[in-house]
Design a protein. Structure first.
Length: 559
């Protein structure tokens, strides 16, 4: 590997209103090298990338140097930066849906970018866009060219963003959390694609993520950021095998691992304080708990459940039949955590909405405590919606930004008549905030005043406020940092032990689901293709599809 630096950062600091968010960091990226930049939200990763691309807000105070092919980007004029950005330095953003223009067709957006930097005819630009779509392995490039962003999948949108980023053959490509919230198989496809594109072009690649395992098989070197500082940079294998700092060790320890099932996942704080939990659930303890679980009657039984949607193909044409849920059978027991995994579009969320009575099945039946709840009157539905609660994937969009979090938690308590008056409901809310690791003093604050992990705790408090029996966790830790994820998973397990909740735990992260679940169900194209004890399905999958999902886990099963 050539040691010629494409970009060399020296003593870079970025501050807002005198508060330093990036503090005196130095590192370089060489030609034909992939560097991973890892750390939690707020560590300064994205601010560093924005400094490298000239996209910092005007009130940012920047010091130090960023040498790119001999030019100091810190002192570059905005007009000169615009010529550089997109042609020599390109960036793939975290959320393609908000990065792509929803009112423009995908092909036109990539064509517009090429037109800004290259003097080509419209015909030549279109030919180049189609070649790029083919290069990033988009199916039916002509169709994608004519499609709007909302008409294609999340993985396809990300590929369009990648095509746009590599269009002008940049010297440096920055990928900022490009796989967050993508399915494990799509995530692996995007990582493989970036690796192959980098090898083809020889460009330098900075891959920013909060997931250490994701960079394990991708990066040549890994830089670790913590509270605005660069705490370690090392060869990838060296950083995994012999991390030099406690924080790097903590990042590595916070995710469920193969082998012993810990009673409590280590958090960043645990490792930093030298108090790493090591108590494990033995095989005998697990078997004994399962014997007691499965002697009971199921809390929820699903029998041959189907849900069919019909998609219009245009005037005078037959409608296309889409079976989102196809003859699904499932049993969930009191006190059990049932894991449900599968790719986007497999029918997981549709199944959850049917259980929550937010839609009617086309066929089959749902039994809750032996009672058929497939078709209920309004009063009976109200009771079921109290007993079965949901923790959302994105707590920010599920919380009303105009009411305080205390009122958001109080609202369902009052609606279901679980308090004699507002004073009692307020006290219950104080208690709930304390139980989920927040404080009563936060009652009058608004959702925007909290971090992602804190908002998820608020969502959990609101779900348990109505004393449910079954909680559906729909991708409820997908967008959280690894360390925050560990805290939320520990909280869910503690609340389950305390209140006897049952969980339907839906996620695309197989390691997390395996750690949490007693039974594991795998869904594909609306059907349940495999189910059984979580350990059996994870370590000895029978079906090809399950094997593919497990093979796609970042870092493999050995981490």
């Amino acid at each position: 590997m050539s040691q010629q630096s494409v970009i060399d950062i020296q003593e870079l600091s970025v501050a807002f209103d005198s508060e330093k968010v990036v503090n005196n960091i130095s590192f370089s990226i060489h030609k034909n090298e992939i560097v991973g930049l890892v750390g939690e939200s707020g560590s300064g990763k994205s601010i560093t990338s924005l400094a490298m691309t000239g996209l910092l807000p005007k009130n940012a105070q920047v010091s130090g140097t960023i040498l790119f092919n001999g030019s100091d980007l810190v002192r570059l004029k905005r007009k000169a930066f615009r010529r550089l950005r997109g042609s020599r330095i390109a960036m793939i953003f975290q959320e393609p849906m908000s990065s792509l223009n929803p009112s423009m067709k995908c092909g036109k957006q990539v064509a517009e970018m090429i037109g800004q930097h290259q003097q080509l005819s419209a015909k030549a630009i279109k030919k180049q866009v189609l070649a790029l779509f083919d290069q990033v392995k988009l199916p039916q490039p002509e169709l994608i060219y004519r499609s709007y962003p909302h008409q294609i999948s999340g993985g396809q949108k990300q590929r369009v963003m990648i095509a746009m980023a590599i269009a002008c053959k940049p010297d440096l490509l920055i990928a900022d959390e490009p796989t967050t919230a993508l399915d494990v198989t799509v995530q692996q496809e995007i990582v493989d694609l970036l690796r192959s594109l980098q090898q083809e072009t020889g460009m330098a690649l900075l891959f920013i993520t909060h997931d250490l395992e994701l960079v394990a098989g991708l990066a040549d070197r890994v830089a670790v950021m913590y509270q605005g500082k660069l705490v370690e940079i090392n060869e990838t294998r060296q950083l995994f095998d012999q991390p030099q700092t406690t924080y790097s060790q903590a990042l590595n320890a916070s995710k469920p691992k193969k082998g012993n099932r810990l009673k409590k996942l280590p958090t960043i704080q645990d490792v930093m304080n030298g108090e790493i939990p090591d108590a494990v659930i033995s095989d005998e303890e697990r078997k004994k708990a399962h014997r007691q679980l499965y002697q009971q009657k199921p809390l929820l039984s699903i029998k041959n459940l189907s849900k069919t949607f019909y998609k219009s193909l245009g005037y005078w044409k037959d409608k296309q039949e889409i079976k989102a849920v196809d003859e699904v059978n499932l049993a969930l027991y009191p006190g059990e955590t049932l894991g449900l995994v599968g790719e986007s579009g497999c029918g997981k969320s549709t199944l959850a909405s049917l259980i929550l009575q937010l839609g009617s099945p086309t066929d089959g039946a749902l039994f809750y405590k032996d009672k058929n709840i497939s078709k209920l009157n309004r009063a009976a539905q109200k009771q079921i919606r109290k007993d079965i609660q949901l923790i959302f994937q994105d707590p920010f969009s599920s919380l009303n930004p105009r009411i305080s979090i205390g009122k958001a938690i109080m609202e369902p308590i009052l609606y279901h008549g679980l308090a004699k008056n507002r004073a009692e409901a307020r006290q219950k809310t104080f208690d709930l905030l304390e139980q989920v690791g927040l404080s009563a003093e936060m009652f009058d604050r608004y959702p925007h005043e909290f971090s992602g992990g804190q908002r998820q705790r608020i969502g959990i408090a609101r779900s348990i406020a109505v004393e449910p029996e079954l909680i559906i966790c729909d991708e409820s830790v997908a967008a959280l940092d690894i360390s925050v994820q560990a805290q939320v998973l520990n909280l869910l397990n503690r609340l389950k032990a305390q209140y006897g909740f049952s969980y339907l735990f839906i996620a695309h992260d197989l390691k997390v689901v395996h750690y949490m679940a007693d039974q594991l169900y795998v869904m594909h194209n609306g059907k349940m293709v495999e189910h059984g004890d979580s350990d059996r399905v994870f370590y000895h999958p029978q079906e090809d599809y399950t094997q593919q999902l497990i093979k796609a886990i970042p870092g493999g099963m050995d981490h």
